[in-house]
Design a protein. Structure first.
Length: 422
């Protein structure tokens, strides 16, 4: 007769047993996880949907941030990086020289290499009782009086102004001090001027000026659209040189890359004997501005993307926890047949990670499509960093993995006897 193995008992330890411990290989893990996900496809799709929304928003937000940043760079390079302003300070002779700009200031600065257009301007100070109206008598329209700006013809080219009707004055008007005016579209609407065919006039302090142009838009100096502009010579003849509190300035449009050089040379081109009369203001360093804007956008949108991922993780955790509660009997039966807690833990973690990875792939695709679609609709160039596209599916898998830890731990702690009683 075969003798039974002797079981030695030691205090404080469980008795040894010859029964083999249950195993749970990789194939078993994949098979059981797939069965668990496919057994309830609707619940699995809802779990995937949480990750799709989180990862899709993450990719879309980062892609749109990069695309918007590139668009900001393009607009900055096109307009701001090609704009120089020169302010008349008068230097130490400010009390004796009300206007430091020479009469041919536009021509002098326009001769500099890299300058495309230049013009001087200042705001004319009218007395409080003076009015701007479209009729010879009466009062102007109610509301704030539009600004009166004295300017040279070069201002319109430097501001890249577009006319809806008419044109700007030229050297003939400026040289003779002709009383002509250009008004912005907002002023034209207030004064009731809709056409130039009748040769309308505006009365500035009871002095008539024939309107020869209506501004529709400008790339620079948007204040011109709500102003009345007259030639510099006519303004000086009627109201004198610029006021001490509102000195003249010059707007210069340059080619790309020439702005800083033009800013350094313009005071010497205007008054070689007194360059200290002027204060040139070059555009800010594009790299610094671009980095600041991009950093602010990245910080803001990364926070939004993180919130979206957190919402997706909460959805996965909630769905997985409900699935554990529904499968309590199944888990208890497996534990009674020999499955250990670590096996149940591994299965539920694998299910959560797989659903997160699937949601990450789908979310990455949808987020990329959203970025490209938005860019095409706005006529932008879509920018999506390759690292974002490659990392997003792994982020989804990691989100599912983290979200499934607690529900999986709860599943592994279910006792077989208690589960089978339910």
């Amino acid at each position: 007769m075969k003798r039974l193995p002797q079981i030695r008992w030691r205090p404080g330890r469980r008795p040894a047993s010859d029964l083999p411990r249950s195993t749970f290989g990789r194939r078993d893990l994949v098979r059981q996880s797939m069965a668990g996900m496919l057994q309830r496809p609707a619940r699995s799709m809802l779990t995937v949907l949480g990750t799709v929304l989180g990862v899709g928003t993450f990719v879309a937000v980062l892609g749109l941030t990069a695309t918007a940043g590139a668009q900001i760079d393009e607009r900055f390079d096109r307009f701001t990086a090609t704009e120089v302003t020169v302010q008349d300070t008068g230097g130490s002779d400010a009390d004796y020289v009300p206007n430091s700009f020479p009469s041919d200031a536009d021509t002098r600065v326009g001769a500099l290499n890299g300058v495309t257009a230049a013009g001087t301007y200042w705001t004319v100070r009218l007395s409080p009782e003076d009015d701007i109206r479209s009729l010879p008598t009466g009062r102007g329209p109610a509301g704030e009086r539009p600004p009166l700006v004295a300017a040279t013809a070069g201002v319109f080219g430097a501001a890249e102004a577009q006319f809806t009707q008419g044109r700007s004055w030229d050297a003939f008007h400026d040289g003779r001090g002709e009383r002509v005016a250009v008004i912005g579209a907002g002023v034209a609407a207030r004064l009731g001027i809709t056409t130039l065919e009748t040769q309308p006039a505006v009365f500035i302090a009871d002095k008539p000026f024939t309107v020869i142009g209506i501004l529709g838009s400008t790339k620079r100096m948007p204040d011109l659209l709500v102003s009345v502009l007259v030639p510099r010579t006519a303004a000086e003849a009627l109201w004198g040189p610029p006021d001490a509190g509102e000195r003249a300035a010059m707007l210069i449009s340059t080619r790309m890359g020439a702005a800083r050089q033009v800013a350094q040379e313009s005071p010497y081109a205007l008054r070689p004997e007194h360059p200290d009369y002027f204060k040139p203001i070059p555009p800010p360093d594009p790299r610094t501005l671009r980095n600041n804007v991009t950093s602010d956008l990245d910080t803001l949108f990364l926070m939004l993307a993180g919130i979206c991922l957190a919402i997706g993780a909460v959805g996965i955790a909630n769905t997985t926890l409900v699935a554990v509660m529904e499968r309590t009997a199944e888990i208890g039966l497996r534990r009674a047949l020999g499955a250990r807690g670590v096996h149940v833990l591994a299965q539920f973690i694998a299910e959560s990670a797989a659903l997160g990875a699937v949601g990450g792939l789908i979310g990455t695709s949808l987020g990329t499509i959203a970025v490209v679609g938005t860019a095409v609709a706005r006529d932008w160039t879509p920018v999506v960093h390759p690292g974002t596209v490659l990392a997003a599916p792994f982020i989804g898998m990691l989100t599912g993995l983290v979200a499934g830890l607690y529900p999986s731990w709860r599943a592994s702690r279910i006792e077989p006897v208690e589960a089978l009683r339910r």
